[in-house]
Each structure stands twice: as structure tokens, then as C-alpha cells.
Design a protein around this ligand. Sequence first.
Ligand code: HEM
Length: 165
Amino acid sequence: MASHAKVYTLDEVSTHNSSEDCWLVIHGKVCARFVLPDSVDRSSHLSVFRGSSKVYDVTKFLQDHPGGDEVLLLATGKDATLDFEDVGHSTSAKASMDEYYVGEIDTATIPKEVLDTPTKQPNHTKQPNHNPGKTSDFIVNILRVLVPLLILGYAIGVRYYSKSA
Ligand code: HEM
């Protein structure tokens, strides 16, 4: 299918970025997941994806996408391969992509920073974060109660012992 496929630039694909018209750029047949340490230059490894990313019109799929339409809309206008792979889509999800295939992307039109930036997930898909500010607030509140109680206890103790002496 790729030999006669229409080739789009990222600018062209980026215009399809609404819930009425939503196109994505994703590598078509990702078989392996590349987990790269931070020390590795990701751009050189991401060239694996360059030259073979495909364009998908997922407009009709938006409402049925198990991950929601919001994540798909957030993944427009860029190479969404990393976002797609990060989720760990099943083999059947990957197989169903063919249904939405509309052409190839001219990968020379994808700037490195667009290629290399995973989309921030919307709030409902985020894991709860550790919040150091909240922890220190909690300690301060405990101390606010504990310190006056200690002073009161000390005062009562002094009074009791001075009376009995
Ligand atoms: C043509 C493109 C896509 C297709 C056909 C597709 C299909 C699917 C399917 C079938 C599932 C159910 C789980 C599975 O079988 O793996 C799923 C889940 C999901 N997808 Fe996609 N997806 C596409 C693109 C994307 C993109 C670009 C993102 C971007 C972040 C995304 C995010 C998610 C999320 C967050 C879930 C939910 C995972 C969970 O709750 O475990 N998908 N997708």
C-alpha cells in the first residue's frame, strides 16, 4: 500500500486537528518498544521511525477509542509514535490501524522537537504525584497542635510539683 500512497507534509496533516477531522502520524508497524536511557541521544534512535511513519484519519474512531478522544486530539500535529507506544497498545489495536490509514508522512517535514516530545496526558490518565508541599503542611499543622499541648502539660506538671513540695 505504501508504494502508491499519498505523501503528506506535517503542515498538511496538522490542519486536521479537530474532533470533526482528526489525523495522526504514527509509525505503522511498530513491533518492538524502544526503552532508551536518558543518556542516549534519542534523535539518532528515533531515525528508526523516520521514513516510515504513516498518516491515519481517526475522525470516525474518536468516540470509540478506549483511551478517549482527548488523547488523540492532543497527539495531532506531531509524530505520535512515542505516545502510541508508551500506552502499550495491544496487537489487535495495532492491526486495527490499517482501517484508518490514509497515506505516508514526509518525515523530513517533522522537526526534531516535535518528533521527540511525548504529549502530556490529560489529568484523568495521570498517576497521582507525590506532593512534598502537602507533606510539610501536614507536619506544620501537627506541630501547631502538639507544641501548645506540651507547654500546657509542662505548666501543669510544674504547678503540681511546686504545690506538693
Ligand atoms: C490509530 C491510532 C490508534 C488506535 C487504532 C488505538 C486503539 C486503541 C485500542 C484498541 C485501545 C484498547 C486497548 C488496546 O487494545 O491496546 C486503546 C487504548 C488506549 N489508547 Fe489508543 N489507539 C490509537 C492511538 C492512540 C494514541 C495516539 C494515543 C496517545 C496517547 C492513545 C492512547 C490510548 C490510551 C491512553 C488508551 C487506554 C489504555 C488503558 O486504559 O489501558 N491511543 N487504543
